[in-house]
Design a protein around this ligand. Structure first.
Ligand code: SF4
Length: 472
């Protein structure tokens, strides 16, 4: 089994050695070394260097391609703008580098649902949208499950789905004849086929090669079988695979997380190429054998299983419950994990205007750390306060850590006041500063010439503070 070097072992020098080394700048970089550094940081693609694509450099190009190959293969589902990239992971732990391609959240429909229900579930999936610290959280895919056992029925539903949405989808059936009927309904849609198992793998492999679509390999709680099927399928010519080690509830939860972790560890730490494919989790398993349990309990179980699997390496999740309250925690958690730990989550500094402030309105400031900014902005906005808020460049630090680490200084606040143009908008010269920046209040007054009022430590208290203390 072939093994490859981890991301940590790859240095710019390794890349540089294989580049043309002409410093021609065609890639937009100053020289080949700068390009090599960007390549290692995944800030630029290898194909941006045109000279490396020339015939005489083919050997180096292929070597570089192989060196840069992620531990977990990137597999694309769907076509066009909404096509979804799965996997493409370089590292096991986010802090080792960063995670690419956020877990695709997928909602199911079945071929036995009334048409109206199918349409409404798809619309709800498409319309799910939540603003969170400057990001829009969305859902990604539709899973079309054949529960009828009827190929024609399945085909008709796939056709319907392909007509009403351009979200990518999964075709779920273990029956190859039914899967083919689904593929024929939209032959160019590049859906994910779910799934090949130890019994149907040959037929499914043929479909995947014939329709050029990715294929899920399923071996519930049997990693040896899973890996050996990957070996067989790749030898058969199927290159885009997604692994399903099984998702189990209750006493099976530990086993589920363990299997996901072992596969990802084998790929990222062990360099096992047969384990280096995206992983699919199926939290909707929570609905199996639901019995008398209330829907809310099942939705909650499904949501916590989804959250655990987002953390434990799932690249795609299939869910049945589509309530916002159940999906939102998973979507937020996903966002938190998939931000780049090398870059602070920050907003652009400058003057923000809330409501319709006039020359007597309060002027406040906060840091440009996204979480701080959006918390303060939401407290001002939701209380319908007319105010000016100066966002100070703190390199993404919060208020207290910014003050402690000298990222939030009186100089920066004074400069931000000047640059904001707020002096032309208000006739007073009073600045309300966050309570956690009180240490630098004197210095701010000195450098800015503004009178400083130390505001609350928590922005939720801003409305009350303004009522009690604001006098222009
Ligand atoms: S285009 Fe290629 S050869 Fe030219 S500077 Fe960039 S990396 Fe070097």
């Amino acid at each position: 089994m072939s093994k490859k070097a981890g991301i940590k072992e790859l240095s710019p020098i390794d890349v540089y050695k294989l580049l043309p080394k002409t410093n021609c700048k065609e890639c937009g970089q100053e020289n080949c070394m700068a390009f090599a550094t960007k390549i290692v940081n995944r800030e630029i693609t290898l194909d941006s260097c045109k000279p490396i694509l020339k015939k005489e450099n083919e050997k180096s190009y292929l070597k570089l391609k192989d060196m840069l190959k992620p531990a977990v293969k990137e597999v694309i589902v769907g076509v066009g703008e909404k096509a979804k990239k799965l996997g493409g992971k370089l590292v096991m732990y986010r802090h080792e580098f960063t995670y690419f391609n956020p877990t695709a959240l997928t909602i199911d429909v079945t071929d036995e649902m009334p048409e109206q229900e199918i349409v409404s579930r798809i619309k709800r999936t498409e319309n799910f949208s939540f603003e969170y610290i400057g990001y829009t959280l969305k859902l990604d895919m539709i899973a079309i499950r054949c529960t009828s056992g009827d190929a024609e029925k399945f085909k008709a539903v796939v056709k319907k789905v392909s007509e009403i949405t351009n979200l990518p989808y999964i075709l779920c059936t273990l029956n190859a004849a039914i899967a083919e009927a689904g593929l024929m309904a939209a032959p160019k849609a590049n859906p994910l086929l779910y799934a090949a198992n130890s019994e149907n793998w040959k037929d499914m492999a043929e479909l995947a090669t014939m329709y050029h679509c990715p294929l899920v390999v399923s071996a519930p709680n049997d990693l040896n079988l899973l890996v050996s099927m990957v070996k067989t399928l790749t030898a058969y010519g199927v290159t885009d695979l997604v692994l399903d080690p099984g998702t189990f509830m209750n006493e099976g939860l530990g086993t589920t997380l363990n299997n996901f972790t072992m596969l990802r560890r084998a790929a990222c730490k062990g360099g096992e190429e047969l384990a280096g494919y995206p992983l699919i989790g199926v939290p909707m398993i929570a609905w199996v054998g639901k019995g008398e349990a209330a829907d809310e309990i099942i939705k909650w179980k499904e949501a916590y299983l989804a959250s655990m699997l987002v953390v434990r390496y799932a690249d795609i999740l299939v869910m049945h419950g589509n309530d916002g309250w159940a999906l939102l925690p998973t979507a937020v958690l996903r966002q938190n994990i998939y931000t780049d730990p090398r870059k602070p989550v920050a907003v652009a500094p400058g003057l923000k205007v809330f409501g319709t402030p006039d020359e007597n309105s309060p002027v406040l400031f906060t840091s440009n750390f996204a979480l701080t900014y959006y918390t303060v902005a939401s407290d001002i906005e939701s209380n319908k306060i007319n105010a000016y808020l100066i966002v100070v460049e703190t390199e993404g630090s919060a208020i207290d850590s910014g003050v402690a680490g000298r990222k939030l200084t009186a100089e920066r606040v004074a400069d931000a006041i000047k640059a904001s143009g707020v002096e032309d908008k208000v006739k007073h010269r009073k600045l309300i500063i966050p309570g956690k920046a009180s240490r630098i209040s004197g210095e701010i007054e000195e450098l800015s010439g503004w009178k400083v009022q130390v505001g609350p430590r928590d922005s939720s208290e801003i409305p009350k503070y303004l009522i009690d203390k604001w006098q222009p």
